[in-house]
Ligand binder design. Structure first.
Ligand code: ZN
Length: 318
């Protein structure tokens, strides 16, 4: 059987491209994700995050974010034989129908906006189609899971304006890293379904970055998707994570929130450790095999691997 293609909701490989540590063309350069590994793993859609590192916050966050977006667009231009930007519904229809990998540019950290709503239109013009509202810290939009008052505070007034404009522009809202009060505010404010692009199930592995059953069920009611993160500390409390831990999170979320809510968000090149036998983007087909062995139908695996995320994007992008 031909392997099922992958829509991966999160990777952090752009940092290495920006610093010229890797060209992201060849497996031999190391790392978790590059064009060669992605092709081998049958990745047809990849979210690439402009992750703003903490040392740039707050003063140089806007500058760093734009530097990363410049890198994202250079990467796409330098590799037009292998990738194409996904900017709208028409582009989305081309995904998996041609040999090139569709790229969704994302920003991980609303710090890129400063406290200026006009910056949202600017990053949209630069091709950004998904915004992670916060990383772990507080910013002008709201509070990340690492902020000191994250248990009490929801979205700011500016944060609510950002949600409204994201909806108007046709950009996907990403709540991974956002605190729980903020999560509920986003669900209340957004007219469109949302993504938690790289998180797992808290009931299987207690970690502040994972989602509670109540959050998973509400995400399902919203039509949203959670991309399973391959970061070992999110998957298991054991010292070593295995591919079967990923299967466990997928099975659990499918049971609690429905199969339509589950997707993939590897976090490749954003995590320091990886599960056994799921060590890079070439190894997605092995995960599909494990899911089939665990009793998922081929159609179920298609939903998890690509259909759910594509459905979500179709409802959000213009
Ligand atoms: Zn992240």
């Amino acid at each position: 059987m031909e392997s099922i293609w992958v829509a991966d909701g999160h990777c952090d490989s752009l940092g290495d491209y920006l610093t010229a540590k890797r060209t992201l063309k060849y497996s031999s350069e190391g790392g978790h994700w590059d064009l060669q590994k992605a092709k081998e793993g049958n990745v047809a859609l990849q979210f690439m995050a402009a992750f703003i590192e903490s040392e740039y916050k707050p003063d140089r966050a806007v500058w760093r974010g734009f530097q990363l977006l410049d890198a994202a667009n250079r990467f796409i231009k330098e590799n037009t034989d292998a990738v194409f930007p996904v900017l709208n519904k028409d582009d989305l229809r081309k995904v998996a129908n041609k040999p090139k990998i569709g790229i969704i540019i994302g920003v991980e950290g609303g710090e890129i906006l400063g406290d200026n709503i006009l910056m949202l239109d600017k990053i949209f013009q630069l091709g950004v189609r998904v915004l992670g509202l916060t990383w772990n810290q507080q910013n002008a939009i709201g509070y990340g899971i690492g902020a000191s008052n994250q248990k009490e505070e929801g979205l700011t007034l500016f944060g609510r304006q950002v949600i409204k404009r994201l909806n108007e522009l046709g950009m996907l809202i990403d709540v991974s890293h956002l605190n729980e009060p903020g999560f509920w505010d986003v669900l209340e404010c957004s007219q469109f379904p949302i993504v938690a692009s790289h998180s797992c199930a808290e009931a299987i592995c207690p970690h502040p970055r994972n989602l509670t059953d109540q959050q998973l069920k509400s995400l399902a009611a919203n039509g949203g998707v959670v991309g399973i993160n391959f970061n070992p500390p999110f998957l298991t409390r054991n010292p070593v994570a295995k591919r079967e831990d990923v299967v466990r999170h997928i099975s659990y979320i499918a049971e609690v929130a429905g199969i339509e809510t589950v997707g993939l968000g590897s976090d490749f090149d954003g995590i320091s450790d990886v599960p056994e036998k799921l060590t890079d983007a070439a190894q997605f087909p092995g995960l599909a095999q494990d899911l089939l062995k665990a009793g998922f139908s081929t159609e179920d695996v298609r939903k998890i691997f690509n259909k759910n995320l594509i459905r979500l994007l179709s409802s959000v992008l213009k």
